[in-house]
Design a protein. Sequence first.
Length: 327
Amino acid sequence: MKKSNRIIFWLVDPFSKTPELQRSAALALHLYTEYGDCQIFPIYFFSAYLTGEYPLSLPLGLISEIKKTGQDKLNKITQNIPIHDLRPLHIVARPYISMRDSVDYLHRITRKLSSVELIVTSTHSRKGLKRLFMGSFAETLMLHAPEIPILFINPYWRRMSDLKKVVYPTDFSPQSKEAFLSFLPIAQRLKSTITIIHKLVFAWPPALMVSLDVGPFYEKAIESELESKKREGKIWTEEANKYGIKAHCFIDHHEEDSVIDSIIKYTKTRRALIALAAQSGPFTTTLFGSTTRSLIRQSINLIWVIHTKQKSNQELKHEKKPEASAA
């Protein structure tokens, strides 16, 4: 039987004190590979430090023992979870200075292997000081990953029997549309239906509108914006229809909800895969810095994050402008 040339990197920690977290990722992988054969490469990043500061060079014998023990633990994690073509555990053992180093290592590998279509990783969904002090490999990966989608597995994600329901939050920016179009072939293979969700952002608080007596003008502007977004949503649904995908667009215009509140409320009672761009347009800092991270920490759904090639407005602002040539 010919092996699939599609590759998935599973970033796994077989030595984790919370094996149920790794098992959650295994269950998600089983679900995804039901829709087509893939080669699953489990990768464990092992770093050794003396007193947490000075890096150690590990002898090859010890690395072999770590790999053997790690493989035994991985076998227990995946026990009774059928994952087609799960390859042996690969240990990357070197003293990393930072989590960014391991992400850069992944970047170098994926440049050589064009058939890598997905990176799967778990997240502890930590919040507050605990997350701040312990750091987050998942968030480092989200910020600096190569242009390959990442599937984030929350330990509390609601089990699904399939991946046929997808929710796609968007601000309708070019970056978000690029990510949406790149996801459509995946949705087609998963035989998914897509709900495109957009949250209207209200620039003025209601109290200010009343005090300045601009309510009627503001309401007219919102109605105009709502109709504009509905038209844009129709264009996006038609793009999905070209792939034979059923899609519809939901515009949330409730003033009291933030972007993240809107997405969490909508998906709270729906067992669905949430797919979205890693970064977006004018609200890049808000969307990427808050919404995507908050979804990964708070949502009980699987999160599919898509990196795009287009630069956001925020990134373009930080680029150095070329100096004008002398006359």
